[in-house]
Design a protein around this ligand. Structure first.
Ligand code: ATP
Ligand code: MG
Length: 191
């Protein structure tokens, strides 16, 4: 007999991230195909392109609830991100897009989520946060990196908690919950 998996007792692999808008995902994929050789690495599927803010690891239901409550109390404005940098970390096999000057809001949001995660006992790497969108994994061999990144911008007005699920040889991300980042536009003063 197969026992139903109880959501409250299982551990889930979770991370906070910014989604890339669909249109940007669709722009990056052909740009990547035009600018890298097929042997560069394992290309990340369009729908999986994202920017990780904080990785939580395997998390219990109770711990996830605490982290979700804390995330819900974050009050921060949205920000624009320009993907104007590109790089290769051969040791981790990652080719990425990033930003030369990450917006302060992005760094603040990641810092806050990471410190909340650390306080809840989710191990956080001591390495400095380097915001990036992974383009390829398994890129362990030398590869010629294009001289110019696509230079596309997007507005982050939402951040999300994702579950990473590995099934049938593929990694998928499911959004568990999202929270808005406030608009910076000022409302006209009430008369
Ligand atoms: P896969 O590992 O199945 O090839 P993946 O790396 O995209 O795919 P996860 O390992 O679940 O899937 O990672 C989810 C997100 O968290 C990714 O953005 C990944 O780079 C990031 N991540 C994973 N492990 C860590 C870690 N130890 N520290 C920081 N970020 C991590
Ligand atoms: Mg991984």
């Amino acid at each position: 007999m197969i026992k139903a998996v109880d959501n409250k007792t299982r551990f889930r692999r979770l991370f906070f991230a910014l989604a890339l808008p669909d249109a940007l995902q669709r722009t990056i994929v052909p740009w990547r195909a035009d600018n890298f050789p097929p042997e560069a690495g394992r290309p990340i599927a369009a729908a999986n392109l994202h920017l990780t803010l904080a990785f939580l690891g395997e998390v219990s239901h109770a711990k996830a609830q605490v982290l979700q409550q804390q995330a819900g109390r974050i009050s921060q404005s949205g920000f624009n991100i320009t993907l104007d940098d590109i790089g290769h970390w051969p040791n981790s096999g990652v080719i990425w897009l990033g930003c030369k000057n990450p917006p302060r809001g992005l760094l603040q949001l990641a810092q806050l989520l990471r410190s909340q995660a650390a306080r809840s006992g989710c191990y956080q790497t001591p390495l400095p946060f380097h915001p990036h969108v992974t383009l390829f994994r398994g890129a362990i061999r030398p590869v010629t990196i294009p001289a110019k990144a696509p230079n596309e911008s997007f507005r982050a007005d939402l951040f999300s908690l994702y579950e990473s699920v590995f099934t049938r040889g593929r990694t998928r991300y499911n959004i568990v919950q999202s929270w808005p980042l406030a608009s910076t536009e000022r409302k006209p003063d009430a008369i």
